[in-house]
Design a protein around this ligand. Sequence first.
Ligand SMILES: *[C@@H]1O[C@H](CO)[C@@H](O)[C@H](O)[C@H]1NC(C)=O
Ligand SMILES: *[C@@H]1O[C@H](CO)[C@@H](O)[C@H](O)[C@H]1NC(C)=O
Length: 456
Amino acid sequence: MLTYILNWISLPVLLITTAAGLLIVYYLERPKNLAPGPIGFPLVGYLPFLGPQPHVTLFNLAKRYGDILSFTVWGKTFIHLNSYSVILDAYLEHGDMFAGRPQDFSFFWWLTDGLGIVQSEGKIWQEHRRFALKTLRDFGFGKLSLEGRVLEIAKDILNALKQTYETPYDMSNLLANSTTNVICSLMFDKHYNYQDPEFLKARSLTQRFFLLLPGINAFIPRPFARYVPWSLLSKDYRDFAAVKKEFYEMMDEFIKEHQETFNETCLRDYTDVYLDTMRKADSSESFSLERLKAIGLNMFLAGTETTSNTLYWGMKLMTLHREIQDRVYKEIVEVVGKERFPSMVDRYNMPYTEATLMELQRFANISPLSIFHCNPVETTLRGYTIPKRSVILANLWNVHRDPIHWPNPDKFDPLRFLDQDGKVIKREGFIPFSVGKCIYISQKKKSNHQKYQRIE
Ligand SMILES: *[C@@H]1O[C@H](CO)[C@@H](O)[C@H](O)[C@H]1NC(C)=O
Ligand SMILES: *[C@@H]1O[C@H](CO)[C@@H](O)[C@H](O)[C@H]1NC(C)=O
């Protein structure tokens, strides 16, 4: 009997029927009135086509499907926003609708067990963001000052450059070391010599992390992933798990040391302020040691590579554009001189340098798809239904190269940001830190400096 059926259903027929069945299910499940977009395979969806540079793939698709397009990966709806105006529409006009974060099980979720600032939303996110902003602001000036810490480490850079005796020198390691040291200083009040074994550990963990990262489809949520025995299947996973474990052990040691030497009249760094807040917080609040470790991990991973890459781009562009370098140098010498270090308050007297830094952020585009957002409830945007808990991607890479805002976008030209009187202008379409409620903490820090300046 069985053989009879098997003979009767030939393999091709079986395959075709199954495929057709899956496609029908797929279309029936597709929400009505969704933004148009490409069709992928059943299950994996569009994942196999995203390629190594998803922001470029999606930008090209937007030419066909428009500024809002949708696709699915593992049954999850992704919404891609391609232009400045549609990003403003979503994140400013409808900011409350899109203030969530994808909470699905993904690589980054796994990394911090869902506890990092970047993974939180709602009340917890507000609490910790408020804490982060307040802490960084209170560091303002004085011993704890972020600026003071950065300048100390800038001195190391100068000393290292002096050692090169004007021979050609690749600064990438030096810059990466320095940004790691800034985070060590901010989090744990440690300003390391680069030969220090503790520093070596922090640095090599960050380095290993970023070497492994391209091997992982980092941002794609995988609904079933937590049930897969990855440690048996994937070497990348085992390596990542080792990095994660060592990171947490390092945090443990730092935090233990801080608890032992804690003195409430003399808070030294972010960790001390957090421990102090934890002591005073009531139990309804979400401050915990586990979360402090996750935030430490966030700081190391989000605060080092991004900054050192931007600096590295800066060095590279300055060498490629000597005339711009000369003009920046001239302004620095005029305003700051050669006797002291610059300070954030100098920036208002240095429009050309400021414009150069802005153009650098536009041009380098180090965060092409920004941080992903999510809509906690179903909503609509420009007439399209956005299903509950879609993953929202804003293509900042395209915004910063869109000829509507940037004629000749591939040209590095600080003058875009200056008016005829040489004053810095705010340009439409310049959103290196994205817009809206989830604006990066580093952007906020800058506006605090503006406040200080006005007070003075
Ligand atoms: C960067 O730090 C590593 C690890 O401590 C050290 O071995 C290396 O010499 C440093 N490089 C530079 C250029 O500072
Ligand atoms: C805590 O710091 C204050 C002020 O710096 C100091 O006077 C005090 O002795 C310290 N307390 C302890 C237990 O170290």
